[in-house]
Design a protein around this ligand. Structure first.
Ligand SMILES: Cc1cc2nc3c(=O)[nH]c(=O)nc-3n(C[C@H](O)[C@H](O)[C@H](O)COP(=O)(O)OP(=O)(O)OC[C@H]3O[C@@H](n4cnc5c(N)ncnc54)[C@H](O)[C@@H]3O)c2cc1C
Ligand code: FES
Length: 304
């Protein structure tokens, strides 16, 4: 069993335990402490923090995320950091509401319920939580799905809304040879087991905000946006919502009927100016997608 140490986070005055063999970020998730993060692979710098006291060593990371001068000063990436003594760490980015009020990390055994081809390269994957039978998350968050038969995983955003408890939906762009996504053509079938770990991510709705909501999503990257739209529709959100939805060509757009329906059921769609309503934003995106079509595009789009 690896040695454990105590970590104190400043200026939030939160303490937790960490084992030497686990990244500090993972230890925080395990204990329900939701630190700021992004890639969890040492590439984005969202988890960059300052070591005030203690011995920390980092695994491989990108110097774009934390350069040598920063490391020499005491900055670390918590997703790549292991503690070898008790430490005091200053958090540079944190959301006080989320820190201790986030949904704890869950490990869920799921069963493949459905695989739907939405466009030429985007597939919908519906998973039914089996053990435990419910997966809790907030709209806009993501989960890690284990690549069947391996211990490796890939991250995917939930497209379903949390109130839909009988399944969790993901929208996945297929890459030729992709270790996970290519299995959706051949390798993953209805009834198979897939292990899920989550939720992760900060792309969530914050309580008490009153400003209009602007959402932008393209391709499979619209998954977390769809989750938010579904959630906003369920809660009868009163704020104005504008959704810009794009794709390389018009035939790469999908779920249009549902997005239109979500727009027309939104209270904001009854507002006097149609330009403020969600379906109008969709119309804009459809026309831009059509323009793209005429350009005879080639190559692939980014998933998110
Ligand atoms: C927080 C987060 C959320 C994500 N949410 C989603 C989501 O909702 N839907 C979704 O489809 N994906 C999402 N992704 C991306 C996803 O995790 C995988 O990276 C992607 O599906 C490729 O995995 P793979 O195993 O199929 O391909 P791999 O085996 O990892 O790669 C196969 C080939 O494709 C190339 N490739 C991989 N990713 C890209 C890319 N983005 N652009 C161009 N080439 C690429 C690789 O270089 C390689 O040549 C998300 C990623 C993160 C970090
Ligand atoms: S989460 Fe991206 S560098 Fe740590």
């Amino acid at each position: 069993m690896a040695d454990t140490h105590r970590i104190s986070f400043e200026p939030v005055n939160i303490e937790m335990e960490v084992r030497e063999d686990e990244p500090i970020l993972d230890a925080a998730f395990r204990q329900g402490i939701h630190l700021m993060h992004g890639c969890r692979e040492g590439r984005c710098s969202a988890c960059k923090s300052f070591v005030m006291e203690g011995e920390i060593q980092m695994e491989d990371y990108s110097t774009f995320a934390c350069n040598d001068a920063e490391v020499a000063e005491g900055y670390v990436l918590l997703c790549r950091s292991h503690a070898f003594s008790d430490c005091t760490i200053e958090l540079l980015n944190f959301d006080e509401d989320e820190l201790l009020n986030s949904i704890p990390l869950q490990e869920v055994r799921t069963e493949v319920l459905d695989i739907v081809q939405h466009t030429r390269d985007i597939v919908g994957l519906k998973l039914r939580p089996v053990e435990p039978a419910v997966f809790e998350y907030k709209a806009g968050q993501y989960a890690d799905l284990t690549i069947p038969g391996t211990t490796a995983y890939r991250s995917f955003s939930m497209a379903s809304a949390p109130a839909t408890t009988d399944h969790v939906e993901f929208l996945i762009k297929k890459y030729p040879g992709g270790k996970f996504s290519a299995l959706l053509d051949k390798g993953i079938s209805v009834g198979d087991t897939i292990d899920l770990k989550g939720p992760y991510g900060n792309f969530t709705l914050k309580d008490g905000h009153v400003m209009p909501i602007v959402l932008i999503g393209g391709g499979a990257g619209m998954a977390p946006v769809l989750s938010l739209l579904r959630r906003l529709s369920e809660t009868g959100e009163q704020r104005k919502i504008r959704f810009y939805y794009g794709a390389r060509t018009a035939r790469d757009l999908f779920y249009l009927d549902e997005i239109r329906a979500l727009g027309s059921s939104s209270p904001t769609s009854n507002s006097s100016s149609a330009s403020r309503s969600l379906p109008t934003a969709l119309k804009n995106s459809e026309s831009s997608a059509s323009r793209e079509t005429s350009r005879k595009s080639s190559g692939r789009t980014s998933p998110s």
